[in-house]
Design a protein around this ligand. Structure first.
Ligand SMILES: [Zn+2]
Length: 343
């Protein structure tokens, strides 16, 4: 439909990698009747993170062009092939992890090509939210993460205000020089968009491939709150809880031996230095290793699959060795002066 009252359209973008492998990306566009910023939403970078995918589809359905100021561009899933083959975490074509693929290398691997296509669909935006969750075998406590644009005050303020608008308890600012060993994130989509001047964050809400109504609602409210904060839609935002800043230290525990893993903590639990967090056994029930917290920390996520495969490390990515991720939560994390930027 297209009228003076704005428009709502959807299309499939089709691409072919130099290997001959195809890529399809669905894009919905809602153009408001009145002018305003360009705001992007994507989800399904990891195709089994359904709370965000569901939230994106709901936003496209519910946005009313007549009352929207500006434009909202929605990519509910970053590859129809990944979604429909139920490739919930890694690329169904080359088994790479999209979050760590660099934009700007369309001649590279299939996954590099894919992330460059996504980047080109988003690079002209003012704001962008990429929605993630815990995947099929991952339990997770909600937070919002972002590349912190420390050298551009305008962009920094917009990014923190975008993150701070969302009704989640934790903010997780990242800088390119502070990374955990899982991560080459500073080459990936969030940092590429930041360098292009797009204020952007990624949500981590939902878990275990479950379409939990409360988690879908939280993803949706995060988008709606952001659109309200930047005056693109009217309405009262959902209340935002007292927020705290995670980090900067984080501990990604992984196993160098295969076995049967059982976490002994819950998501969001605060653990003390030395406290047991889980145990690895062999398939006969013999003890291999007990894991303990290296410092006082909060449990951000853990793997709910017991199957730990130390040998399966596709392209160096240690996903099948992953056990648990702990983050530092400093005593003053609720009073960090950077939180002023988020209001
Ligand atoms: Zn994800």
């Amino acid at each position: 439909m297209s009228t003076r009252g704005g428009s709502k359209t959807s299309r499939i973008e089709r691409y072919v990698h130099h290997s001959g492998e195809e890529l399809e990306i669905p894009v919905g566009t809602v153009v408001g009747a009145r002018s305003g910023p360009k705001f992007g939403v994507s989800s399904g970078m990891h195709a089994g993170e359904f709370a965000g995918i569901h939230g994106a589809i709901r936003l496209f359905r519910e946005l009313d062009p007549a009352t929207l100021r500006g434009e909202v561009r929605i990519i509910p899933i970053m590859s129809t092939r990944a979604f429909f083959t139920r490739s919930t975490q890694l690329s169904p074509v080359d088994e790479r992890e999209l979050h760590f693929q660099p934009a700007g290398r369309p001649e590279g691997t299939y996954s590099e090509f894919q992330i460059d296509c996504i980047f080109n669909l988003l690079r002209d935006l003012d704001f962008h939210v990429d929605m993630h969750a815990g995947e099929y075998v991952q339990a997770l406590d909600p937070w919002v993460a972002f590349a912190d644009p420390t050298t551009n005050e305008r962009l920094r303020r917009d990014t923190w205000r975008l993150a701070g608008s969302m009704p989640v308890p934790y903010l997780d600012p990242r800088q390119a020089d502070i990374q955990d060993r899982f991560s080459e994130l500073d080459q990936g989509l969030p940092f590429a968009l930041m360098r292009e001047g797009v204020a952007n964050v990624w949500t981590e809400i939902g878990q275990n491939g479950v379409q939990d109504p409360g988690e879908i609602e939280l993803q949706y409210q995060s988008l709606a709150n952001a659109l309200k904060r930047f005056d693109m839609i009217d309405g009262e935002p959902a209340p935002v809880p007292a927020q705290a800043i995670l980090g900067p230290r984080r501990w990604s525990m992984e196993s160098l031996e295969s076995g049967y893993w059982q976490s002994e903590v819950s998501i969001g639990q605060k653990v003390r230095k030395g406290q047991r967090v889980g145990v690895l056994e062999d398939l006969a029930g013999n003890h291999i290793k007990t894991y303990t917290a290296p410092e006082d920390a909060v449990v951000q996520y853990f793997w709910t699959s017991p199957a730990i495969n130390a040998e399966r490390v596709p392209h160096g990515y240690p996903w099948h060795r992953g056990l648990i991720r702990l983050s530092e939560l400093r005593p003053d994390a609720h009073r960090d002066p950077r939180l002023e930027l988020a209001r």
